[in-house]
Design a protein around this ligand. Structure first.
Ligand code: NAP
Length: 339
């Protein structure tokens, strides 16, 4: 079996999960290089990793570079991805910098694996909340078409990185001890015992950057600019696991039972949707999604007033399927295509 020289860039919330997923899936690694802004040793699941200070020459001889550094002008991907590609590496990037660029495939392996073939050195991993949305909706889209989606998200603190998780824990302790919390630093508002409707910054038409990611990335992955998508994204005091209330208006009618059956057969999906019976009600919950690979889907029900309206509740681990796992699955897909 061919073995690859792999680089992981960033050892924050996603980078650390990336190291875990690579090991758990027994990815065929010849040499592993781990980069961040500063050199040090880290331990993940009792395994020691030497982190090197990132520099362009560090990518010499790397076959696959999994980027989980920060996004934006001075972020890891914009600064170092071109240098990695120039040295022959395939870059799989977790951030938003390349996702909507022409010629950069945006891939969820269960949904649009064929797009991975058309890369020119960079493949983008979609936003965490887009990945679970598209994974849950694609089987329905492929069967009956979707005209409209209304998506409300309940996103975990870890979606904003390690500093946001530390902030949730620190504020929760402060609140329980003193009934008050210190200033919000990693997030735009208080997260302990609170919910707020802002992820990213405010932009076009009053929507946040995260809300636009849901719209544009979903349209790109499904190759359908006609789907009318609208979204409200909120941060909730959960450590890991994003949840979503998803309302679909399908092009052709589908019953909740039929949609459930389709999803039961879909790759990477676990239907958790029992209303009655032994064990009481079961539905997807963030705490059950955390640490799992599958996207959990439940609460499927038809709108009693709108002809083709269908509700779903979706939960997934934002660090695994929403980031690290999807990126490693893309790497596995490309290795399979090229071998
Ligand atoms: N968290 C999620 O659920 C999620 C989901 C999907 C996508 N993403 C995306 O994944 C990326 C990483 O997110 P995260 O949550 O893991 O963030 P994080 O916890 O803040 O960690 C960021 C990591 O990136 C490193 N880094 C920052 N700037 C760098 C640079 N210029 N060169 C090299 N390394 C650099 C940091 O290095 P030091 O440790 O040395 O400071 C740190 O290890 C972001 O683009 C984010 O948007 C996150």
């Amino acid at each position: 079996m061919k073995r690859y020289n792999v680089a992981v860039v960033g050892v924050g919330a996603v980078g650390e999960e990336m190291l875990r997923v690579l090991r758990q899936r027994n990815f065929p690694i010849n040499e592993l290089r781990v980069f961040a802004r500063s050199a040090r040793e880290i331990i993940v699941d009792n395994q020691k990793y030497s982190v090197r200070k990132i520099k362009p020459e560090g990518f010499q001889g790397v076959d696959i570079a999994l980027f989980a550094g920060t996004e934006g002008e001075k972020g890891a991907a914009v600064t170092y991805a071109p240098a990695a590609v120039k040295r022959g590496a395939l870059v799989i990037d977790n951030g938003a910098d390349f996702r909507l660029k022409k010629g950069v495939p945006l891939v969820v392996p269960e949904v649009n694996p064929q797009d991975a073939k058309r890369h020119k050195g960079i493949i983008a991993n979609p936003n965490c909340s887009t990945i679970q949305l598209v994974a849950a909706c694609a089987p329905i889209y492929k069967a009956v078409g979707i005209k409209r989606m209304v998506v409300s998200t309940y996103q975990a603190a870890s979606g904003a990185g390690r500093a946001a998780v530390d902030e949730l824990i620190r504020q929760s302790r402060e609140f329980l001890a003193n009934g008050a919390v210190g200033e919000a630093r990693a997030l735009p508002a208080r997260i302990a015992f609170n919910v707020f409707p802002q992820i990213g910054s405010f932009g076009e038409a009053g929507y946040t950057t995260e809300e636009w990611k849901t719209v544009r990335e979903t349209q790109k992955i499904l190759h359908d600019k006609k789907i009318k998508i609208t979204s409200t994204t909120a941060r909730v005091p959960v450590v890991t696991g994003h949840s979503q209330a998803v309302y679909l208006e399908t092009a052709r009618k589908i019953s909740a039972a039929k949609a459930r059956e389709l999803l039961r057969k879909a790759k990477g999906i676990k239907v958790v949707d029992r209303a009655k019976g032994k064990g009481g009600r079961t539905y997807p919950q963030a705490i059950d999604a955390a640490g799992r690979d599958e996207v959990l889907v439940g609460r499927l029900r038809q709108d009693p007033f709108v002809k083709n309206g269908l509700w779903l509740w979706v939960a997934a681990d934002n660090l695994r399927k929403g980031a690290a796992l999807n990126a490693v699955q893309i790497a596995e897909l490309v290795c399979a295509i090229s071998s």
